[in-house]
Design a protein around this ligand. Structure first.
Ligand code: ZN
Length: 279
């Protein structure tokens, strides 16, 4: 499989940057929506951003949250909204130095991390024109750049895993908007991010304190269960989903969702048994 960062080569960055969850320092703290351009303009606004790494000032679009109603979450907990997908707008990227991070963490960067990004990203970064369009395609690149930044600045496993999960959500949205013949490669790429998210969340499990990214412990179990299901690791999937049923603080809605995934797992196991017995 191609490196997950193969399309960051155009920025002058290392396309072979490995994503490794081990050995990290633990000390540091389906509804396709068509929104026209005019409609989109009414749903977002420009926010002035100052890059904490290089002081470059630029505008970045942000969703007006007041008119975008949360509707539900997908199987892998991707939040689905009524009008526009905020995931497209979530990562802020500085086109002068290559620093990129989620909206909520963009300014939460230490002096040491700034120094590292200057040395390992900004010094190599090939600046591109400020992107004017916001789409799943551009969001995918921005999120990969955010993951690259997170790796370089030594972010915790759980942060990197969460970025991988978000990238898989972006690809979910992207897949809803492209033609069938282009879906295969993207589906494979999605699975690679699901795998990295699962590996990272597993690695982080022993060391995190809940809640993490809005998830309590039962939700974290659910997420591990559904990611294992997506990776066809049915025995682990069932084990994590069973924990959802008995965990303290587990809500009925989450238990129902876990039961739905368990049904899917059992269906898959049955199908595989049937396929192997008919061979
Ligand atoms: Zn910058």
């Amino acid at each position: 499989m191609e490196s997950i960062f193969s399309d960051l080569g155009a920025f002058g960055l290392d396309s072979d940057q490995p994503l490794d969850f081990s050995g990290q320092s633990k000390e540091e703290k389906p509804v396709k929506k068509v929104v026209t351009r005019k409609k989109t303009e009414q749903l977002v606004f420009d926010r002035k951003i100052k890059c904490p790494v290089c002081d470059h000032e630029f505008l970045s679009k942000t969703v007006k949250s007041s008119i975008n109603r949360f509707e539900k979450t997908s199987l892998t907990l991707r939040p689905i909204y009524s009008k526009i997908d905020p995931l497209i707008y979530d990562v802020i990227q500085c086109n002068a130095c290559g620093y990129a991070a989620q909206n909520t963490t963009f300014n939460k960067i230490s002096e040491r991390q700034i120094k590292t990004i200057k040395e390992q990203i900004a010094s190599k970064f090939i600046s591109k024109d400020e992107p004017t369009d916001y789409s799943y395609k551009t969001a995918l690149i921005k999120n990969k750049l955010a993951l690259y930044n997170a790796i370089v600045m030594g972010s915790k496993s759980v942060n990197k895993a969460y970025l991988c999960l978000r990238i898989s959500w972006i690809i979910d949205g992207y897949l809803e908007t492209i033609e069938d013949d282009k879906k295969e490669a993207l589906t494979l790429e999605r699975l690679n991010f699901v795998k990295n998210a699962y590996t990272g969340f597993l690695e982080a499990y022993e060391t995190i304190s809940f809640p993490v990214f809005g998830m309590n412990q039962p939700t974290y179990y659910y997420l591990l269960g559904v990611l294992a299901y997506e990776l066809s690791d049915y025995s682990h999937s069932k084990r994590w989903l069973s924990k959802v049923m008995v965990a303290e603080g587990s809500h009925q809605r989450l238990k129902d969702k876990a039961r739905d995934v368990k049904d899917l797992v059992n269906q898959k196991i049955k199908e595989e048994k049937e396929a192997s017995s008919s061979e």
